[in-house]
Design a protein around this ligand. Structure first.
Ligand code: SF4
Length: 538
């Protein structure tokens, strides 16, 4: 009898926290689709569910040969709960991936995984399929030969070491699966992320002494060195902004070929996706690596943005039928302010008009920026905001409280700075609490206390709320196009097609999730949500 296809369930626990996402509920990340693509190409039958579906028992776990769970560091409780349910119904392998896998040592205390995939997963997954792991046949000896995993099997635990970063030409070999996007509830209303750049070009390092005594010795390699020299630090400081693990885990920026991105977006919009976000730690790194190849892009500021590559990508995406007809919208995720020039803002404005763009600023203190390894200054962030606003984009800014090296004065200064941002044209300010990430330079610092427990941090969070409420008030009386997501207590929860606050829409009859509507904003509910009346269905 022919052997039946292996059946694998991917559980997306990204952002699930204790089991249910509380923020950015309309986001679908790129990672689980990339995993599905690799497995499908190896003849594995792939299904997908969210952690919430699994934990609410909407998605039974029986009938699968293996379970893959993807999550962030903050999602350990949800992943742990999913793993316990899995163990009740199966002795098949549990594989964990995503940012939480980098802390595989701690993770083992809460999650009884067989394999944790650390860093880039595509090649590793292929080798895991070949090892027989998914059929429960892999032996520790076999697994010990696969780079990029921590395994716990036959009573043996080991980490096989990080895999060297994947050369960009390998991107052609791995195509994410657009098909599985339809497994997400409400996917027609969600922002679906498409990876266009992997890794990060910031190889500067923090100047703050790390808890284990490692400290910059001012060799200047990461500041003035050649692109290859910047890769290694003689003091062993992990690259990038101190709080971030992207360069350690994923290496320098590498762009996906334009035709692959276009193919993926076409596949997604054919599935019914109408909000696409091009994901990158800096969208302006797109094609910059091609200018320095074969050297690694480890300089966050030189060469300048590759406008030809960016325009080629954005114009190709704008030419997709459902995008040119307005049925789907393309947005970008993050920009680093140091690369924003008038010309860059003009090109972005030409294709991304009226969409948001996220800019990391983190603190208003120039000294702290330098100390944590930021590649740009607060002044550059304000300049970028003004340029992007001038060319029709809607800037959102990020800040962090509780960073190592931060003082109360820094926080007070940042709160003042945030209040001034509304005049510069910022639409939204988000303040994160510093959380140590494994494999980042600040991985061994303590997590910051909640903002309400600390002077300065409270003011900063309040200042952000003020700015956010102010911009919501500007929406009053305006018509915006939304995508209806789900009905709840007489309202429809909807998301602006071009992103924005959650919209509670009244007086909608006979609608389905994914329907589009034009609504008129009638009330500001909070710094994150507005209420609106239906103007007409689109
Ligand atoms: S490479 Fe390391 S030691 Fe040299 S300047 Fe950068 S952080 Fe300091």
């Amino acid at each position: 009898m022919p052997r039946q296809k292996m059946r694998v369930l991917i559980v997306d626990a990204l952002g699930a926290g204790r089991g249910e996402r509380k923020a950015t509920v309309d986001v679908i990340g790129a990672g689980p689709r990339a995993v599905a693509g690799v497995l499908e190409s190896r003849g594995v039958s792939v299904d997908l569910a969210t952690a919430k579906q699994v934990l609410s028992l909407d998605k039974p776990l029986s009938g699968y040969d293996a379970l893959l769970v993807s999550g962030m560091v903050s999602d350990v409780p949800a992943v742990s709960s999913v793993s316990k349910l899995w163990r009740k119904v199966s002795d098949g392998p549990l594989i964990v991936g995503g940012p939480l896998a980098a802390d595989f040592h701690q993770l083992r205390r809460r999650v009884s995984y067989e394999v944790a995939v650390v860093g880039e997963g595509e090649q590793t997954l292929e080798e895991l399929v070949s090892s027989g792991l998914f059929g429960g046949e892999a032996e520790a000896e076999e697994l010990s030969k696969i780079r990029g995993i921590a395994y716990s099997i036959e009573g043996k635990h080991a980490f096989t070491g990080l895999r060297p970063v994947m050369p960009p030409e390998m991107f052609r070999r791995y195509k994410p699966s657009p098909r599985v996007v339809s497994k997400y509830p409400l996917y027609r209303a969600c922002r679906v992320y498409v990876e266009v750049v992997r890794g990060c070009s910031n190889y500067l390092r923090t100047k703050i002494e790390l808890p284990d005594g490692r400290k910059c010795i001012d060799c200047l390699r990461c500041i003035e060195g050649d692109l290859e020299e910047r890769y290694y630090c003689p003091a062993g400081i992990p690259p990038g902004c101190g709080y971030c693990s992207v360069p350690s885990l994923f290496g320098p920026s590498r762009s996906k070929p334009t035709d692959l991105v276009v193919e993926e977006v076409e596949g997604l919009v054919e599935e019914g996706v109408c909000r696409v976000v091009l994901s990158a730690s800096d969208f302006l790194d797109y094609g910059r690596d091609w200018l320095v190849a074969p050297k690694p892009l480890t300089n966050p500021r030189e060469p300048p943005a590759n406008l030809e590559a960016i325009e080629d990508l954005l114009s190709s995406l704008a030419g997709i039928n459902r995008v040119s007809s307005g049925r789907a919208v393309v947005m970008v995720e993050n920009l680093k302010p140091g690369l924003v020039t008038e010309e860059v803002a003009r090109v972005l404005g030409k294709y991304l008009r009226n969409t948001p763009v996220h800019i990391g600023c983190e603190t208003a203190s120039r000294e702290l920026c330098e100390a944590i390894g930021r590649p740009s200054t607060p002044e550059e962030a304000v300049r970028a905001v003004k340029l992007l606003r001038k060319h029709g984009l809607r800037p959102y800014l990020y800040f962090i409280h509780g960073l190592p090296g931060e003082t109360v004065e820094n926080l007070v200064e940042t709160a003042r700075f945030v209040r001034s941002l509304a005049a510069a044209g910022v639409e939204k300010v988000t303040v994160y609490r510093f959380t140590p990430l494994p494999m980042s330079a600040f991985g061994d610092f303590p997590k910051a206390p909640p903002a309400h427990q600390r002077a300065g941090a409270r003011e900063l969070v309040e200042a952000a709320k003020e700015v956010n409420k102010l911009s919501k008030k500007e929406l009053l009386g305006r018509e915006i196009e939304v995508v209806l997501a789900k009905e709840k207590r007489g309202f429809w929860i909807a998301y602006p097609l071009r992103h924005g606050p959650v919209v509670y829409v009244k007086e909608v009859s006979q609608a389905s999730s994914g329907d589009r509507a034009l609504v008129r904003v009638t009330r500001v509910v909070s710094d994150r949500a507005v209420e609106a009346k239906l103007a007409h269905k689109v």
